[in-house]
Design a protein around this ligand. Structure first.
Ligand code: PLP
Length: 402
């Protein structure tokens, strides 16, 4: 009998050690030696196409964003050294929140230090001990963790299934007619890239007087006439009470937000622990996020991004790969039967100069092993055709294509 607190991780450690000692590239220790552009980096001394960085709009190297960040860095310093409710609210944080309100045409906007904290904070705070949080079974870890941190009763419904949601809501209402209910969904699901049927899900929620939170982490910038996300794309923004999102993907920096028209929304600034008890974002980050949102709103990069996405998704599907979805988003996910083949696939793609995400449980739904790509508007067709060529070559080599 040992009391070592780390013993419970022995299995995971053994697997990791085997990989580290194999002499092959390790998908969990990738380090960028240098970054050339939103779509290329030097990894292990090799020029590599980046096909899995969620840099949907290529904003990380936008010159206007860099200039805004530099100016803020020079005027306001490297960090705020404090919480938003103490010394950590600067001119830039307020401007970013104003920009978000304008972007979403919403009455209120609160900026968090990450998207993870936005979900953690909003879910754990608004749903209290007598309330219910009803979440899609394939929800992101930050949604699950928001539930775990809060005191509400958590109920899961089958992924993207309005009938199952309706059934569960009806059961809650029969049992607890007065309970507050928060239904949480994502605009685009990050692993397979499928969209939520927001209208059907939110209609079920409204029928039972539940609030609706949509996490647009992978859809801000990408979908909707002005880039607000899937709810805008599907014309159902009026059914959404809270929109959560991140600046770490299309916006090209780091940070999270929640916007809402709820008249008491600002209360969160006083009671939401992941907002109150953490340092605010650095001024340079806030400034580049603000500029990126201004640019994204009127951008035609969405068109190029979705063209890129269709080119890769269709190319892979036509080649005979087992795909998660077929081009509903800039995400392309190839389903690989077993984890060892998925690791070998990833290593072979790296040798060919293409970085993709190896996505394995528990990060994936239904225990799937995935080669996951997230495309950028900054990718050229040549780069996409190169990815395709290498995916097919490695697929043939490893008998993934039969
Ligand atoms: C659906 C979803 N929500 C929230 C997050 C967290 O965002 P952040 O990287 O800003 O913490 C992610 C990030 O991967 C995500 O995919």
């Amino acid at each position: 009998m040992t009391h070592d607190l780390f013993d419970k991780f022995d299995n995971i450690l053994a697997e990791y050690k085997k990989l580290a000692e194999s002499g092959e590239l390790n998908p969990f220790t990738v380090s960028m030696d240098a970054v050339i552009s939103p779509t290329e980096a030097i990894i292990n001394g090799k020029k590599t196409i980046l096909a899995g960085t969620n840099n949907y709009m290529g904003m990380t190297y936008n010159q206007e964003c860099i200039k805004a960040a530099e100016e803020a860095l020079n005027s306001f310093g490297t960090g705020t050294t404090g919480s938003r409710v103490l010394n950590g609210t600067y001119y830039g944080h307020k401007k970013l929140e104003e920009t978000l309100k304008d972007f979403y045409d919403a009455k209120h906007a609160i900026v968090f230090s990450t998207g993870y904290q936005a979900n953690l904070g909003v879910i754990s705070t608004v749903a209290g001990p007598k309330d219910y949080v009803v979440i899609d079974a394939d929800s992101h870890a930050s949604i699950y963790d928001g539930c775990a941190m809060g005191n509400a009763t958590v109920v899961r419904f089958a992924h993207n299934n309005p009938e199952d949601l309706e059934k569960r809501l009806a059961r809650i209402r029969r049992k607890d007619p007065d309970a507050g209910i928060l239904v949480v969904i994502e605009g685009v699901y990050s692993m397979l890239g499928d969209q939520a049927p927001i209208k059907e899900l939110a209609t079920a929620a409204k029928k039972h007087d539940a609030f609706v939170l949509v996490d647009e982490a992978h859809s801000i910038g990408v979908f909707g006439k002005t880039g607000r996300g899937v709810a805008q794309e599907q014309n159902v923004e009026h059914l959404v009470d809270f929109t959560v999102g991140t600046f770490s993907k299309s916006v090209g920096t780091v940070g999270g937000y929640c916007v809402s028209n709820h008249p008491k929304f600002e209360t969160l600034r006083l009671v939401c622990r992941p907002y109150v008890f953490t340092a605010s974002l650095p001024p340079s980050v806030v400034a580049s996020a603000t500029k990126a949102l201004e640019l994204i709103k009127d951008s035609n990069l969405r068109v190029k991004l979705l063209e890129n996405s269709m080119r890769l998704n269709k190319g892979l599907a036509n080649a005979g790969f087992n795909m998660g979805t077929t081009g509903e988003s800039p995400i392309a996910a190839i389903i690989i039967d077993d984890k060892q083949t998925a690791i070998a696939y990833w290593q072979n793609m790296m040798k060919e100069g293409v970085y993709v995400n190896l996505a394995v449980p528990p990060a994936t739904p239904n225990g799937l092993n995935l080669m996951r790509c997230s495309l950028s508007a900054a990718h050229s067709f040549e780069q996409i055709d190169y990815m395709l060529e290498k995916f097919i070559a490695v697929g043939n080599k490893l008998n993934v294509l039969g």
